[in-house]
Design a protein around this ligand. Structure first.
Ligand code: ZN
Length: 136
């Protein structure tokens, strides 16, 4: 079995920001030369998510509004530790940790409209995402 492990880095301008990383993952899969296998993509942080869905810009705004409704501004117990990012942890839990995508004939084997997103909930600092490709 062949493997390739890479890290990609983010430092978003906004504290909450969604970044389409599909092209970066495709490039890493191509570099791996793996034709049949899987790729795992996960943030190395508990205040960011990787998820798969549509790249339609209205939907991205819908996610942000929906998350703000689900995670209202209030005095969370986590913030008593001196942190101010309880909402970031909660949003990450809603949007999930990682994705795994099949590789078929050297390409990401997506359904129609599927795109890979990095969702940052506590940005404006350096963060990294693990990309691990496994297969033959
Ligand atoms: Zn925290």
């Amino acid at each position: 079995m062949k493997t390739l492990t890479k890290y990609i880095y983010f430092n978003t301008k906004n504290r909450i920001e969604f970044v389409n990383i599909t092209n970066q993952i495709e490039e890493i899969v191509s570099e791996s030369k793996i034709k049949e296998g899987i790729v795992l993509v996960n943030p190395m942080h508990i205040t960011a998510s990787v998820y798969i869905n549509d790249a339609e810009s209205g939907l991205i705004e819908d996610y942000k509004e929906w998350l703000k409704k689900l995670v209202p501004e209030k005095d969370y117990k986590h913030n008593l530790t001196g942190e101010d990012n309880a909402f970031s942890h909660l949003m990450r839990t809603i949007m999930g940790r990682e994705v795994t995508i099949a590789i078929t004939n050297g390409k990401l084997d997506f359904g129609t409209w599927e795109q890979i997103y990095y969702a940052e909930f506590d940005g404006q600092r350096k963060k990294r995402v693990l990309v691990k490709v496994l297969g033959e």
